[in-house]
Write a protein that binds this ligand. Structure first.
Ligand code: RNT
Ligand code: ZN
Length: 411
């Protein structure tokens, strides 16, 4: 089937494929730098630790800023549209000596900003509350040790400054996400204290003056982590309450809920009470495993809600890190899968489906929902890719295989 035929088929059910292509082209997804080197960063060679871990040892990972920048460039050349890059504080670029987290500043991010400006892309940011000796007994901002808390508070404040600098320089608001690993392996005796200290520390950070139009703080909840199975300070309830009362955004990571929970169902409530929704699109397999996102029901559900509720109301950031496969393929596949699901959602007659629901025509609703799954979305995707000058089908992978041979395996 040609694009023209697909266009006609969609027009029959009231869907304008041209509008969908245009809308999809405007969605900038924040691509996470950390898939490129297994959340390693440039401060040490030790890899991710203290609350976060990756599995796998695929050859060719980026080990310095030049390599990571080159890999991001290459990945982005295979992804249709213009996107953003999401950086973590541990990806600062240090000259001779590593500047510690409580003292890092714009200096360490100048090369990244120059890189982004050259390409005309926006940056997002994250303080790094892990992979550091000051994660004491699994705690950072909620530690009972005042000196530890002070260290991380300073880190948070410095990161707000860096985020503001990125936003100003790139001419695009910077979302800065706070995720801390704080928690306990076994049942704690005091569940309240750490949460009170966490709130106090965060209040100290957000008391700093920052431009609220340019810097968008988001706060990420979590259910549990490996090694912190019994208690997570920043639980869903804690994050909802804190974010709501301090007028910042809560961030939903798709891997941070019980596996039978429907994350897509949370979106409408978030939107109603926060106005905007920040997302970490991930894929949990049995636990928060951060697998590369696939075109599965979970991703489809999230994409449908995003499209129905207006993509402009969402901060869409990816968050997965598979170290067992080609890292560039992981980025490209994940980004394209996200876009494909958004496109599928745009190619649905959403108003008609809503009407069926409101009229109680549930049989018809079920039938159409299923029949729509087999509509020729592929032709519209191919047309989108053609216009964006990237391969539509699996040919992009041939380019990745060549890059692996010519570049990655020579590292
Ligand atoms: C960890 C969180 C967090 C991290 C990134 C690297 O469980 O999902 O968002 O993945 O900050
Ligand atoms: Zn996350």
């Amino acid at each position: 089937m040609s694009y023209a035929e697909a266009k006609k088929k969609y027009a029959k059910i009231g869907v304008d494929t041209e509008k969908a292509i245009e809308q999809l082209g405007k969605i900038a997804i924040s691509m996470h730098c950390w898939q490129g080197d297994d959340v390693g960063g440039f401060e040490s060679v030790g890899g991710a630790s203290n609350g976060i871990q990756t599995t796998g040892n695929y050859p060719g990972k980026a080990t310095n800023p030049e390599q990571l920048m080159a890999d991001v460039d290459f990945a982005m050349s295979l992804i249709p549209g213009k996107h953003r890059l999401n950086l973590h504080a541990c990806y600062g670029i240090h000259k001779d000596k590593v500047v510690d987290r409580d003292k890092i500043g714009v200096e360490q991010f100048k090369p990244w900003v120059a890189w982004a400006k050259e390409r005309g892309i926006g940056l997002d940011f994250n303080p790094t509350f892990f992979s550091h000796a000051n994660v004491k007994d699994g705690l950072t901002l909620s530690s009972p040790d005042k000196a530890i808390r002070e260290f991380w508070i300073k880190h948070g404040i410095q990161c707000l400054k860096i985020a503001e600098y990125m936003a100003k320089e790139c001419g695009s608001p910077c979302a800065i996400n706070f995720w801390c690993p704080d928690g306990f392996k076994d049942d704690p005796s005091d569940r309240l204290g750490p949460r009170q200290r966490m709130a106090e520390s965060l209040d100290r950070i957000f008391k700093t003056k920052y431009n609220k139009k340019l810097v968008i703080p988001t706060f990420e909840s979590k259910l549990f982590g490996i090694g912190v199975e019994s208690y997570t300070v920043n639980s869903h309830e804690f994050v909802m309450g804190y974010a709501q009362s301090r007028k910042i955004l809560a961030l939903l990571d798709m891997g941070h809920f019980h596996l039978t929970e429907n994350v897509a169902d949370k979106i409408s409530s978030f939107l109603m009470f926060f106005g905007k929704v920040a997302f970490h699109i991930s894929r949990p397999v049995r636990w928060d495993s951060d697998h590369v996102i696939r075109q599965n029901d979970d991703l489809r559900g999230a994409a449908q809600e995003i499209v129905k509720m207006g993509p402009e109301n969402f901060i869409i950031a990816l968050d997965f890190f598979d170290a067992s496969i080609n890292r560039i393929a992981a980025w490209v596949l994940g980004m394209r899968n996200m876009q494909k699901e958004l496109l599928k959602a745009m190619l649905q007659p959403n108003d008609c489906l809503k009407k069926l629901q409101d009229e109680g025509k549930f049989t018809a609703q079920l039938v159409y929902q299923e029949e729509l799954k087999n509509y020729p979305m592929d032709e519209v995707w191919a047309e989108f890719c053609k216009r964006e000058k990237v391969p539509a089908g699996e040919d992009w992978f041939k380019a990745v295989e060549k890059y692996e041979k010519d570049v990655l395996l020579k590292r």
